[in-house]
Design a binder for this molecule. Structure first.
Ligand SMILES: Cc1cc2nc3c(=O)[nH]c(=O)nc-3n(C[C@H](O)[C@H](O)[C@H](O)COP(=O)(O)OP(=O)(O)OC[C@H]3O[C@@H](n4cnc5c(N)ncnc54)[C@H](O)[C@@H]3O)c2cc1C
Length: 488
């Protein structure tokens, strides 16, 4: 008898989504992540939950419709992490003609026919706050509905849910060998210790490492395809409205400028073939300049490469450049007498839940398991309606009156209804322990260490939150010292 029904290599969005789905269907699951959850491509996504206009332009209507249905599922199951927004396409005379954009958006509305989000509209930006940030020539824009999400918290909360349904999540555990017999026998280096486990099936969800894991750990054929990196830049806030601006670049690519953590703007993406160690993906100066140029064609406030506060890059395996993203890839190998192997990589955030559901369903002929369930069950803290987000924030401020509005917004967006577990019965800020930077408290750090596998400052500052953007260096050091001694 194997220790587990399913072992998963990789704690990115694909790995944790498979873990959540499988654990909820009654399988005994273990997930091995060599570093931190979401430490790879999954915290470098464009953070969009959308049908994707670029896919619409390629006339892949069924894919758009499926993704828009997923968008509505995300709003239902993760109302804290996923936020509906109005996306704005300023009309530029050199780009797609207005009639084409307008008819495309009407079609987008039709494909999202069941949504409760408002439909697309035409806006005269000369008399609208949307126009304030734009350069003069823009007179008209089209508005439509889509969502933005906190990608790395989606990863963590999928893992939390998987763990609460019985999955074992091991971070800092690198799988170094897997022998395929009638069951899998895996060896991992788990925080310096050798861990040996057996599993009836294995999922390789190691993202950009998929080929090297196949070659050196599993010793199975490598998936065809290459590795691609995407990159984005973070700059100071370029606009005051709560919109995502869609920039039609001169090469026809769509570039998104999204509000990011209150005081910043995220601009991206730019993509390339990638060679090298996926643990070290950096952004080329030419790519930074490319995104600055795109922004400068639209926004009044200029952005120079020297204004870039941080770059965000990630790499993943893709089968070919043309279809990179969206559905991702999945292979299932179930040879007679050999334990099954699932390989799952790439794809976008929007369709990750569905991808995992399909992947786990491939195992139904091997084990009895309960039916698909993830579309209806909220992620931890997400048991409220998305329309009630502001009420949750008001409720948090009543419960903990020392929170400012922006602080309450951030905390509800991160933890939803589980904020009680983070702040407890604190009557004032001092009861939450030491402060690190303007917002982070000892109580939050302890919670993240105890419940969300945070071990190091970057786990807290860049993946469980984005507070690294505002954390002074000396507070970061204090945080490192605190985490080294704090018992979760
Ligand atoms: C080119 C590209 C295009 C993208 N396009 C989109 C897009 O259009 N829209 C969108 O929403 N998102 C997009 N994304 C990002 C998307 O979020 C990720 O691709 C997605 O989250 C899937 O990530 P993953 O789980 O496959 O990989 P990752 O998040 O990289 O996770 C793989 C994990 O496996 C771990 N691992 C590797 N080897 C081992 C080992 N031996 N033992 C244990 N652990 C191991 C790694 O540490 C890593 O954490 C894109 C990403 C890329 C790179």
């Amino acid at each position: 008898m194997a220790d587990y029904d399913l072992a998963i290599i990789g704690g990115g969005l694909n790995g944790v989504s498979v873990a959540r789905d499988a654990a909820g269907r009654g399988l005994r699951v273990i997930l091995l992540e060599q570093g931190d959850l979401g430490g790879g491509a999954s915290s470098a996504s464009p953070r969009l939950i959308h049908g994707d206009l670029a896919v619409l332009e390629r006339r892949a209507f069924l894919r758009v419709r499926a993704a828009l249905a997923e968008r509505d599922i995300w709003l239902r199951i993760a109302p804290h992490l996923v936020r509906p927004m109005r996306f704005v396409i300023p009309v530029h005379s050199d780009e797609r003609p207005p009639w084409l954009l307008r008819s495309g958006l009407l079609l987008y509305d039709r494909l999202a026919s069941r949504t409760r989000l408002p439909p697309s509209a035409t806006v005269d930006v000369t008399h609208h706050p949307i126009g304030n940030a734009l350069k003069r020539p823009f007179g008209t824009a089209f508005e439509y509905s889509d969502c933005v999400a906190d990608d790395s918290r989606l990863v963590t909360l999928n893992a939390v849910d998987a763990a609460e349904r019985g999955a074992v999540i091991r971070t800092g555990a690198r799988c170094v060998r897997a022998d395929r017999l009638e069951i899998w026998r895996l060896v991992a280096i788990d925080r310096g210790h050798r861990l040996v486990i057996t599993a009836r099936a294995l999922a390789n969800a190691s993202g950009a490492w998929t080929a090297s894991v196949a070659e050196t750990v599993l010793r199975t054929p490598q998936p065809e395809g290459g590795t691609t990196q995407i990159s984005q830049i973070i700059v100071r806030r370029l606009f005051d409205t709560d919109n995502v601006y869609v920039i039609q670049n001169i090469d026809r690519r769509l570039i998104f400028a999204s509000p990011y953590e209150r005081d910043f703007t995220l601009i991206g993406t730019v993509g390339h073939a990638f060679k090298g160690d996926p643990a070290v993906v950096s952004m080329a100066a030419a790519d930074v300049a490319y995104l600055c140029d795109a922004a400068n064609r639209y926004f009044r406030e200029r952005v120079e490469p020297s204004d870039v506060i941080r770059t965000v890059s990630g790499a993943n395996t893709v089968l070919d450049g043309a279809s990179a993203g969206r559905d991702g890839s999945m292979a299932f190998d179930a040879r007679r007498g050999k334990a099954p192997l699932l390989t799952i990589f790439g794809g976008d955030v929007t369709t990750s839940r569905l991808r995992a559901e399909r992947a786990v369903s491939r195992l139904t002929s091997f084990y009895p398991m309960s039916p698909r369930w993830t579309a209806k069950a909220p992620l931890p803290g997400g048991d409220f309606a998305w329309e009630k987000f502001d009420e949750e924030v008001d409720g948090a401020r009543e419960r903990w009156p020392f929170l400012t509005e922006p602080q309450a917004q951030r905390l509800v967006a991160g933890y939803g209804s589980r904020l009680q577990d983070v702040l407890g019965d604190a009557k004032d800020r001092a009861e939450l322990g030491p402060a690190f930077g303007p917002e982070l408290t000892g109580a939050e750090v302890r919670y993240l260490m105890a419940k969300e596998w945070a071990r190091f400052p970057d786990d807290v500052l860049w993946r469980r939150s984005k507070l690294g953007l505002t954390m002074p260096a000396r507070d970061r050091e204090a945080l490192a010292a605190f985490m080294a001694t704090a018992s979760p």
